[in-house]
Design a protein around this ligand. Structure first.
Ligand code: ASP
Length: 640
């Protein structure tokens, strides 16, 4: 397993040929040409070993090698299996009297101790080969051994199949990192980032620029972490993204910027969120949406792991309005159907009261999704829990209808659906035997949102029952475009907030609406969605200082003083520009199939934002807070 993983990782990438090689040779300096020529990495340069454990094969027979690694296990004091990042190899412990000291070291060292051994690569005796092990044809006959460091009793075994809680894994993260899975995830991440750098900097002339992490508050957007300073009452903030800096770099003439940027948002952890996370952050001058989209498609295609099916570009795109209407969300999972269908027209003369009621209101609609084979795979209690979910979370009534199935759990209300409507549904939704229709009615957006959520819940339920809806090898990318520029604020729907961020440019054809009906303005914002997760987002920016000021001050009611530096810069010949940021952790999580982004980050925070290994954040004694002129005001129920 280890060696095929490694070959995918290190020997799977093809060397640049044709147009790309020409580009590299034609336009870049000699140093860059050298650095972009790919070959197998030298895993054993500069160090004590001659080879890695996982690389040894029959072709190494007879060679004298030195290996360094961890003791995976020992068999009858005769064999030892040694492990490094590259794989496992069997080592034969010498039994001769003359090698007693070597035998003692190798037999006494506890499992997970680090040893260095030297010896000869020999073939395994006939019949003792292990075809399951990539190094299974050979073994190493040890001559000398050194115990580099002994291992104390471990809190858990370093074996992927040994189950451990996530809290324990995070507390001993350095041990967890020894697992095959974590090694795979982090090495794949490193390879993809390297290819991205190569694509952006070497092939397309981007400049990798670091921007500050000590910054100030940005109005509108995520909650920021606050950092005290030694000036009384003055605080830095950690940037939620390098957004302002990358725009200022455009004003500064660095017209193709990129950074592997650390971003900070004080919003707690979720399976796909971390308080600190990494973006592939990009900005370009003189570009439009098509340019950014092509760049990202090329970038992903170039950096895509070789063991996966190559990406097909361009990625499809869908407007925000269509995404909401057909999938009930702005990040549709397009790996499977079950789209939301508007069936309002079929029910205009219905006698069902709640449908009638919904249709009589402005924006009122009747909507449905068809769950293929739902009657076969879902149990009655599943349907009941789906209805309860819709009632509890959305205050929405959902009717299950079984237009063709012999099984019938139709509610009394659903039974009053007329024959004509039933056959209409069968026709419009192409209903098959055993399909279930979930029907709801209400305000368009709300009805779509509830069905969008139920669509995903049902997919999970069907898959738990053995139906494969989402091919695990499928990567379904989608651009979502034409977002509204503003959304009503959640806490105060009378006010507007930016759908993306306040620097996003309006759609050119909606400019005039800014001054009359701003809530109707579409934006030049685009999101990249992969398998139902948002993995990137960006926009063409406002480069006109007056327009930016109007949006901030008049429409968003923000304090423009906080952004006076940016407004001033836009007035000094800012070029038209736009950009995007890809969420690297989420992308790698989806590529590796990891259950959480914490599995693709070396040292992630816990669900509550803690570092379980070092116990950060921690309290500081009052005298250490003095230079910052701050005092803790302890909550009444606190123990401190
Ligand atoms: N800075 C934005 C974000 O973090 C991305 C962008 O607009 O480029 O979402």
């Amino acid at each position: 397993m280890f060696s095929c993983w490694l070959s995918r990782q290190y020997w799977g990438f093809s060397t640049p040929t044709g147009r790309i090689a020409h580009l590299i040779r034609g336009s870049l300096s000699r140093t860059l040409v050298l650095s972009s020529q790919r070959r197998t990495p030298e895993f054993s340069s500069f160090v004590a070993r001659t080879n890695t454990c996982g690389e040894l094969r029959s072709s190494h027979l007879g060679q004298e090698v030195t290996l360094c690694g961890w003791i995976q296990y020992r068999r009858q004091n005769i064999f030892l299996v040694l492990r490094d990042f590259h794989g496992l190899v069997q080592v034969v412990i010498p039994q001769e009297e003359s090698a007693a000291s070597v035998k003692k070291i190798l037999c006494e060292a506890p499992v997970e101790s680090v040893v260095q051994v030297s010896g000869t690569v020999i073939s395994r005796p006939p019949g003792q080969e292990n075809p399951k092990m990539p190094t299974g044809e050979i073994e190493v006959k040890v001559k000398t051994a050194e115990l580099l460091n002994s291992c104390k009793k471990l809190p858990f075994e370093i074996k992927d199949f040994v189950k451990k809680t996530e809290a324990l894994r995070l507390q001993y993260r350095y041990l967890d990192l020894r697992s095959f899975q974590m090694q795979y995830n982090l090495r794949l991440r490193s390879q993809m980032v390297m290819k991205m750098r190569e694509y952006l900097c070497n092939l397309h002339g981007f400049v990798d620029i670091e921007t500050p992490t000590l910054f100030k508050r940005t109005p509108g957007g995520a909650k920021e972490f606050v950092i005290p300073s030694r000036e009384p009452g003055k605080f830095y903030c950690l940037p939620q993204s390098p957004q302002q800096f990358k725009q200022l770099l455009m004003v500064g003439g660095l017209d193709r910027y990129f950074q592997v940027a650390r971003c900070y948002r004080d919003e707690g952890s979720r399976p796909d969120r971390q308080p600190e996370f990494t973006q592939i952050d990009i900005e370009m001058s003189f570009v439009d949406q098509t340019g950014i989209r092509s760049l990202i498609e090329g970038l992903l295609q170039y950096s895509w792991p070789n063991d996966k099916d190559p990406l097909v570009v361009p990625f499809p795109s869908m407007t925000f309005v269509e995404a909401l209407a057909s999938y009930g969300t702005d990040k549709p999972d397009t790996r499977f159907g079950m789209k939301i269908i508007d069936i309002s027209d079929m029910f205009r003369n219905t006698e069902v009261e709640f449908l009638q009621d919904a249709l009589s209101k402005p924006q009122g609609a009747v909507k449905a999704i068809c769950i293929s084979e739902g009657a076969k795979y879902l149990k009655r209690k599943d349907i009941e829990s789906i209805r309860k979910f819709a009632a509890d979370h959305f205050n929405q009534e959902v009717l299950p209808v079984f237009p063709k199935a012999s099984r019938n759990w139709n509610t009394p209300v659903a039974q009053s659906i007329l024959e004509e409507q039933r056959s209409g549904l069968i026709r419009l939704m192409e209903i098959q035997e055993d399909d279930v229709v979930l029907l709801t009615a209400g305000e368009h957006k709300k009805a779509c949102s509830v069905l969008g959520k139920l669509r995903l819940e049902c997919a999970d339920l069907l898959e738990a029952r053995g139906l494969v809806l989402r091919d695990p090898a499928l990567f379904s990318f989608l651009w979502v475009v034409d977002f509204p520029l503003f959304l009503p604020k959640e806490e105060n729907p009378g006010e507007l907030e930016s759908a993306h961020h306040p620097f996003t440019a309006p759609h050119p054809s909606d400019l005039q609406l800014l001054y009359t009906e701003p809530e109707k303005v579409r934006s030049q914002h685009y999101d990249l969605v992969l398998n139902g997760s948002e993995i990137g987002g960006g926009s063409i920016r406002i480069h006109d200082a007056e327009l930016q000021r109007y949006i901030l001050a008049t429409l968003l009611k923000e304090d423009v003083k906080l952004l006076s530096h940016l407004l001033q810069a836009l007035g000094f010949g800012a070029p038209p520009h736009g950009g995007i940021a890809l969420g690297l952790d989420r992308l790698i999580c989806l590529v590796t199939g990891a259950p959480s982004i914490r599995d693709v980050i070396a040292f992630p925070k816990s669900f509550r934002g803690h570092d379980l290994m070092s116990s950060a954040p921690e309290s500081l004694p009052p005298e250490e807070l003095k230079p910052y002129h701050i005092q803790v005001s302890w909550p009444a129920d606190s123990e401190a």
